[in-house]
Write a protein that binds this ligand. Structure first.
Ligand SMILES: Cc1cc2nc3c(=O)[nH]c(=O)nc-3n(C[C@H](O)[C@H](O)[C@H](O)COP(=O)(O)O)c2cc1C
Length: 175
């Protein structure tokens, strides 16, 4: 699979089989995700994999916003937290300025690594933040930004990508 094929393969999966995800595979995709770039290589993230009983505790909490009902049997989650960033002197006054972007990139890398490993994912931005922080014992100085559902999709057939047209999102030399 070349990169374009991988980019097309990665999609938000909302129909998971009951198959569990091995601990080793979770370790592997998180290690690959952490090769992601970050401002000043600050790596302002912590990725917490929830498996087994902890994943079971998270399932209702990612549905608590009234969405994500498909998460009833997701076997594993990775919570992506933003942590304190440290930029080089003179880069930006606010050390957290790039941190959300860095977290976005590590999240995308996680989903691509998962697709490459034959797993399916869905990035979730809607969940009961307070309760998930409690379950995962996330300290107050970390911000829970996203939760990624990880498992095996029931189908291997990728959906057709729905995207804005090229002319709407890019130009050359001028806006
Ligand atoms: C920051 C972010 C938050 C998202 N939150 C949710 C969510 O709570 N539930 C959901 O089903 N999909 C969620 N998605 C998935 C998007 O709906 C999806 O990426 C988009 O529709 C494009 O489809 P694709 O991922 O299949 O290519 C989220 C995606 C991102 C990047």
């Amino acid at each position: 699979m070349n990169f374009k094929e991988l980019a097309l393969k990665r999609e938000s999966c909302r129909d998971y089989s009951d198959a569990s995800v091995s601990h080793e595979l979770l370790e592997e995709i998180i290690a690959t995700a952490c090769l992601s770039p970050s401002a000043c290589n600050s790596q302002p993230w912590k990725l917490i994999a929830a498996e087994g009983e902890t994943a079971a505790l998270l399932r209702p909490l990612v549905q608590a916003c009234g969405r994500n009902k498909f998460a009833v049997n997701v076997p594993a989650f990775v919570a992506i937290c933003e942590t304190k960033a440290k930029l080089l002197p003179g880069v930006r006054e606010d050390n957290q300025y790039f941190a959300q972007m860095d977290v976005g990139m590590v999240t995308l890398m996680l989903t691509l690594a998962a697709s490459d490993a034959g797993l399916s994912t869905c990035i979730l931005g809607c969940f009961n933040e307070e309760k998930i922080k409690e379950v995962l014992e996330i300290p107050n100085d970390a911000v829970l930004r996203l939760v990624v559902a990880v498992g095996y999709g029931k189908t291997d057939e990728p959906r057709k990508k729905v995207r804005k047209s090229a002319n709407d999102v890019r130009s050359f030399n001028r806006w």
